[in-house]
Design a binder for this molecule. Structure first.
Ligand code: DGJ
Length: 384
């Protein structure tokens, strides 16, 4: 009896080897970024489903976290969770599954059908944990909740355990909001007839949301060389960015936070550090439609940010629409000097799962970041 069993096991193993060989052979290997290709395939030939994403590098591998969208009208809602892919070279991506799962528990804020956008993951050296933050809107409440959410994991690909979502800095004033500014904003806020959006720069939303906590929508994270991490978010009804220092374990915000570009209507913040300076690329505020990007620079994360204008250099159409895309993250590329990739989304709100990706090298002119269109390009760009 043992003989035929051994034969059939050997046969099955051979079949498996042939199958694995064929799939490995059929799998395409990529050697460039193709911004003209609407489909960026993963290792299974499926369009990568990681929108509004961010990248973390761990032990020579890049991990791409992003919104898992579904097809059809409801595709922008989160039914699955945060998807993660990994890559040795930034061109070829392995599907690593769902890092943070939406929950079936209808009492949880993270229940299926909520909105989860722009997830970003950082690694905490002190605790050895991976920490994910994301923009979170509650189920069936549109974009009114304006929360930031946090989850934690022992392994980079997860599973991430959901901790909580909340408004930020209840009862705390920003470091760069003076007593005079506060008094002026309070006076304005108390004038019943004003439209708050018209006085956002003065800080009327700060007054309105002081007790409940400030709004947090489009967000990103940034970890400085000394391990200090920052949460950067579109607040005050998307009118003003807030940059907050994270606690040492990265699981909460400290009280140290500043307002950036008050009333400037910046969304989609992406931050990087170059030659001791901190840079930011953002978008304007036009929903899913593209608009001209903006950029800024500062000597410190909680310092005075200065506007640098639209980083796009190209045709009028490219400058007006940021190549029909919106920023999500800037990847510092390992192994090259001065190499940063601008990572952006081409949203398809009617069928969100078809959302496309645009990645471009960041160039610099007199210390100012510049984005130019390259339909196809590869990392040898940074050898120039
Ligand atoms: C633009 C934001 O950048 C996206 O992340 C998303 O929140 C849409 N607005 C929703 O309209």
């Amino acid at each position: 009896m043992t003989f035929p069993i051994r034969i059939s096991i050997t046969f099955l193993y051979l079949v498996y080897l042939v199958y694995a060989g064929i799939t490995a052979f059929a799998q395409e290997t990529y050697h460039e970024f193709d911004n003209e290709n609407p489909i960026w395939s993963d290792n299974e030939g499926i369009h990568i489903n990681a929108h509004g994403g961010g990248i973390l590098r761990v032990k020579n591998r890049y991990y791409w976290f992003g919104e898992h969208k579904s097809s059809g009208q409801n595709g922008n809602k989160a039914f699955t969770g945060v998807h993660v892919y990994s890559s040795p070279d930034l061109y070829n991506w392995n599907d690593e599954g769902i890092a943070l799962e939406m929950l079936t528990d209808v009492d949880s804020k993270l229940q299926k059908g909520a909105i989860v956008e722009r997830p970003k993951v950082i690694y905490n050296n002190n605790t050895g944990k991976y920490v994910m933050w994301f923009h979170h809107e509650l189920k069936d409440q549109g974009y009114s909740a304006a929360l930031t959410g946090v989850a934690v994991a022992d392994n980079v690909t997860g599973p991430y355990t959901y901790l909580d979502s909340f408004r930020i800095h209840p009862g705390v004033w920003p470091l760069n909001f003076t007593k005079e500014q506060r008094e002026k904003a309070e006076k304005l806020f108390n004038q019943q007839e004003i439209n708050l959006n018209d006085y956002a720069a003065e800080g009327v939303f700060l007054i309105r949301d002081f007790n409940e906590g400030q709004m947090s929508r489009d967000m990103t994270l940034f970890v400085d060389d000394d391990g200090t991490a920052y949460h950067i978010t579109a607040s005050e009804n998307n009118r003003t960015l807030l940059i907050s220092k994270l606690a040492d374990d990265y699981l909460s915000l400290t009280n140290d936070y500043i307002r950036v570009f008050p009333g400037g209507k910046n969304e989609a913040p992406a931050v990087f550090k170059r030659k001791g300076k901190y840079y930011m690329i953002t978008s304007g505020l036009t929903g899913w439609n593209p608009n001209p990007a903006r950029s800024g620079v500062s000597d410190s994360m909680l310092g005075a940010w200065k506007s640098l204008g639209n980083p796009v250099q190209g045709t009028q159409e490219q400058e007006k629409t940021t190549f029909h895309s919106q920023s999500t993250f800037i990847i510092p590329v390992a192994g090259y000097d001065d190499a940063y990739i601008f990572m952006a989304d081409r949203w398809k709100p009617k069928n969100a799962i078809e959302g496309e990706y645009i990645w471009l090298p960041i160039e610099f002119e007199d210390g100012i970041p510049i984005l130019k269109w390259y339909a196809q390009w590869d990392l040898s760009f940074f050898e120039k």
